[in-house]
Design a protein around this ligand. Structure first.
Ligand SMILES: Nc1nc2c(c(=O)[nH]1)N[C@H]1C(S)=C(S)[C@@H](COP(=O)(O)OP(=O)(O)OC[C@H]3O[C@@H](n4cnc5c(=O)[nH]c(N)nc54)[C@H](O)[C@@H]3O)O[C@H]1N2
Ligand SMILES: Nc1nc2c(c(=O)[nH]1)N[C@H]1C(S)=C(S)[C@@H](COP(=O)(O)OP(=O)(O)OC[C@H]3O[C@@H](n4cnc5c(=O)[nH]c(N)nc54)[C@H](O)[C@@H]3O)O[C@H]1N2
Ligand SMILES: [Mo]
Length: 754
């Protein structure tokens, strides 16, 4: 065990004073108590900026403060006083920086000027912006085909920047758009349209106040969307049942104190959150969902009116086939695969049947499986059986990750663009976009490994530590001709680079973006399809930062000297970009610049809310998944399923601290959460050090050693540990069949004793 790592069960409710203390601490650590606190008052306010942390929408009730502990952390590390300067890069070679932890890299602060890798000295050295654009242009134009470049986007990028990026890349000539959403809610984006005709959630925030039951499947709300806790606390105070389905008994899903509730805070009270905690085995969700549906069909057969017959008749397709599939599934299998007793599944069904308006929320615990998209289709089936679409208080609620991951997809970051969209793009801009589909994340990594990709441009994010098969990816990245990181902070992706490399530092969301026509704002789309404006309030971290929009435009101007697009105009005035977005997407964005003036922004058209179904059948489709396995059965008796999750103190690959207080882990991240009975069976003592080896049929050996075993309330056969440390165990070929999303929640592994 590492010297400092320790475990200590967290007994207090989540949120509350623990969260208040953590908020104060992070502001102190980044030396931004005053600056940070003032900025926090503007966070998620109509005249301020959107929190860079998660995609949860603003509430529609009056609330003075609209931030949470983890939003405050995200702001504090963005507003930090620490700086990475040219002196820093002169001091450390890339090899020396590689030896540092991700946490240390993040701690160095904000990037301040463009840098170029100098192979002769193994240092990053200053480069002018013009030279940087020239290098990008010459490498892109030297390619044998535009398809040899990969253009990554991470979900913090605004609609305006993402839209222009997609226009630039298509005018350049490729649809290679690997995107963080390919590792995240892509099963939602690809699976849900087959069911209900749209790859987005159907609820709005106001539905939470009208719901009669809420299910939360595979999502760690208190850590990853803490502002959602407010809705859950309010629901519980109205006695609305909440069913949480999770292999880890996440603290905030058990008890929570709303940090902004003065009375609860002052009196040390808390609210129990889940009325029913379903301690599911990893990959057991389909079995549970089928079990609940089975109860519905049983009670329907017994003459009870538990199905919404009118909805099923008028609005759906495929009912008989679904019914046959569910009736053919037996209880013994359902119980064995889910790990949940029949009695509890029946209680969940009771909750569902008693409710006239149910919301089902889900996160990465659902999407990151080999059949992730099909699990989501089962969630839609369950909702459809009781008409829970297109009525107040009901619907499906994929809880998105990055604050604009949904918007980026809406405005063109899509490796499989539709012909209709491409026609429109051609009509609006006058160039012929490529028609062939491009690469998503997994395909782009394969192209790098095979050597057919030569240039990687990362619009935000930390691709190399987000993707599977970390070490194979390192090698692939290093073979590229050019890698470009457009970023706020130094990260591993800048150190694992191509023969040539650039780091281009950007103005962050919370910062003022001044251009020729004055201060600009950008827009984002939250997880409930609301488009809102975001205006930075802080001075940029350095005078030599550029906006993402400017960087996209300048890359385009350098690369495409004969471009038909007026790039320079867009840098000067972001309204012009919004006008073009409205032209390309009239159904969604007509009158964009006018509508965005409303303080809360506007809501994008969502057909299922009006019971309109843009599917192949014109109805909502009941879809079938065969059997109960979300992941291929592989491995035999020694196999465990490993879920890679986020700690409370990280933002994806950004590690804020090495602790995870709600799960009782302090000062270490090389931890393996394991069931105590499993430990006894395998002769593993508490805090023993073990390794994990992936069970795969591709002949590659994948091991991570040095994990300290933490006896934890995991279901038997289920293990958990941290992302990104365990990504070397995740095979590139282990992904959702429909969408290609890596199955990071169900890696088949065996334990190796060191
Ligand atoms: N503070 C903070 N906020 C964030 C992020 C962050 O890193 N930090 N990341 C952002 C991003 S990009 C995203 S996508 C979201 C991610 O937010 P979440 O969707 O909450 O993602 P994870 O933390 O990966 O874990 C999801 C949960 O799934 C559970 N789980 C694992 N396997 C299974 C399973 O088989 N079935 C079920 N039912 N549950 C399972 C885990 O125990 C865990 O509680 O959060 C966003 N917000
Ligand atoms: N094993 C495993 N792997 C996973 C997951 C998992 O649960 N398990 N989750 C997956 C998911 S859901 C996601 S979304 C991906 C996340 O993958 P990414 O989105 O690629 O990763 P992040 O860690 O969010 O990126 C952080 C970096 O973004 C840059 N950045 C921050 N703000 C800005 C900004 O405003 N502009 C620009 N240009 N750059 C900025 C900073 O330099 C920072 O270092 O990881 C995926 N990988
Ligand atoms: Mo995500």
């Amino acid at each position: 065990m590492s010297e400092k790592l320790r475990f200590e069960t967290y007994k207090a409710p989540a949120g509350g004073w623990g969260a208040a203390k953590a908020t104060a601490k992070v502001l102190l650590e980044q030396s931004v108590v005053v600056k940070g606190s003032q900025a926090l008052l503007k966070m998620n306010h109509p005249d301020g900026f959107k929190c860079p942390s998660c995609a949860w929408p603003n509430p529609d009730r009056e609330k003075k403060l609209e931030f949470c502990e983890n939003g405050a952390k995200a702001l504090a590390v963005e507003a930090t006083r620490k700086r990475v300067t040219r002196d820093f890069f002169a001091q450390y070679s890339v090899t020396e920086l590689m030896a540092q932890s991700d946490y240390w890299l993040e701690e160095q602060g904000r990037l301040t000027e463009p840098m170029r890798y100098d192979a002769a000295t193994d240092h990053y050295v200053p480069v002018s912006w013009d030279d940087a654009y020239r290098l990008i242009a010459s490498e892109l134009n030297a390619l044998a085909s535009p398809d040899e470049a990969e253009f990554y986007t991470s979900g913090r990028t605004s609609n305006e920047a993402a839209f222009l990026y997609s226009v630039f890349v298509r005018e350049f000539g490729t649809n290679n758009f690997p995107d963080c959403s390919n590792m995240c809610h892509e099963p939602t984006s690809r699976g849900l349209p087959m069911s209900i005709g749209i790859g987005k959630g159907t609820v709005v925030i106001g539905d939470f106040a009208k719901a009669e039951a809420i299910f939360i499947i595979g999502q760690n709300t208190g850590t990853n969307s803490p502002r959602m806790m407010t809705e859950l606390v309010h629901a519980r105070k109205r006695n609305v049942p909440i069913v949480a389905v999770n292999p880890m008994p996440e603290r905030a899903l058990i008890r929570f104190t709303e940090p902004q509730d003065m009375v609860e805070m002052a009196t040390f009270q808390s609210t129990p959150i889940s009325s029913e905690f379903v301690h599911i085995k990893i990959g057991g969700d389909v079995a549970l969902l089928k079990g609940i549906m089975k109860v519905l069909f049983e009670r329907d057969a017994a003459g009870e009116k538990v199905l919404d017959e009118e909805f099923i008749r008028d609005h759906t397709h495929g009912f008989a086939a679904l019914k046959a599939d569910i009736e053919a599934t037996n209880w013994a299998d359902i119980v064995a695969v889910s790990g949940i007793e029949e009695a509890q599944i029946r209680r969940c069904a009771d909750v569902y049947i008693a409710s006239n308006a149910t919301i089902i929320c889900f996160g990465m615990g659902v999407t990151q499986h080999q059949q992730g998209a099909r699990v989501i289709q089962q969630i839609a089936n369950l909702l459809m059986l009781r008409g829970n679409f297109g009525k107040p208080g009901a619907g499906i609620c994929p809880v998105r990750g990055h604050s604009n991951v949904q918007g980026d997809r809406t405005v063109g970051i899509d490796e499989k663009p539709t012909p209709a969209y491409l026609d429109k793009l051609q009509e609006v801009f006058g160039f012929a976009p490529p028609r062939e589909h491009g690469h998503h994340v997994v395909e782009s990594v394969k192209a790098m490994i095979e050597g057919s990709a030569k240039v990687f441009i990362g619009m935000g994010g930390n691709f190399i530590h987000a993707i599977p098969d970390t070490f194979a990816a390192y090698e692939a990245m290093r073979r590229l001709n050019l890698t470009v990181g457009i970023a706020t902070k130094l990260n591993r992706g800048h150190l694992v680079h191509g023969k040539q490399a650039l780091i281009l530092p950007v103005i962050a969301r919370s910062e003022i973006d001044n251009q020729a026509s004055g201060p600009q704002f950008v827009t984002i789309e939250d997880a409930m399809s609301n488009i809102t404006a975001s205006r930075g309030v802080l001075e940029p971290a350095s005078a030599d930062l550029r906006s993402e929009i400017e960087i996209v435009c300048r890359m385009a101007m350098a690369t495409l000297p004969n471009s038909v697009v007026p790039w320079a105009d867009y840098i000067a005035d972001y309204n012009l970009i919004r006008d073009r977005i409205a032209d390309v997407y009239p159904d969604l964005f007509a009158g964009f610049n006018q509508r965005i003036k409303a303080p809360g922004g506007f809501h994008l058209n969502n057909p299922p809310r009006a019971r309109q179904w843009k599917t192949d059948t014109g109805k909502a489709n009941f879809l079938i998944i065969e059997g109960l396995d979300e992941d291929k059965p592989i491995g035999g008796a020694e196999m465990f399923r490993l879920s890679t999750v986020r700690s409370h103190d990280q933002y994806n690959t950004t590690i804020y601290s090495n602790s995870d207080r709600y799960r009782g882990v302090y000062d270490g991240r090389m931890v393996l959460f394991m069931n105590e009975a499993d430990m006894r069976d395998y002769g593993i003592a508490p805090q023993a050090i073990v390794g994990l080896e992936t069970i795969a049929d591709d002949g590659v050996e994948r091991r991570v050693m040095g994990l300290t075993v933490y006896p934890y309330q995991m279901p038997r056969g289920s293990l958990a540990g941290y992302y990104p440390e365990l990504n070397p165990l995740l095979p590139i070929g282990h992904h959702d069949e429909i969408s290609g999303t890596p199955a990071a929640k169900s890696i088949p592994v065996r334990i190796v004793k060191s």
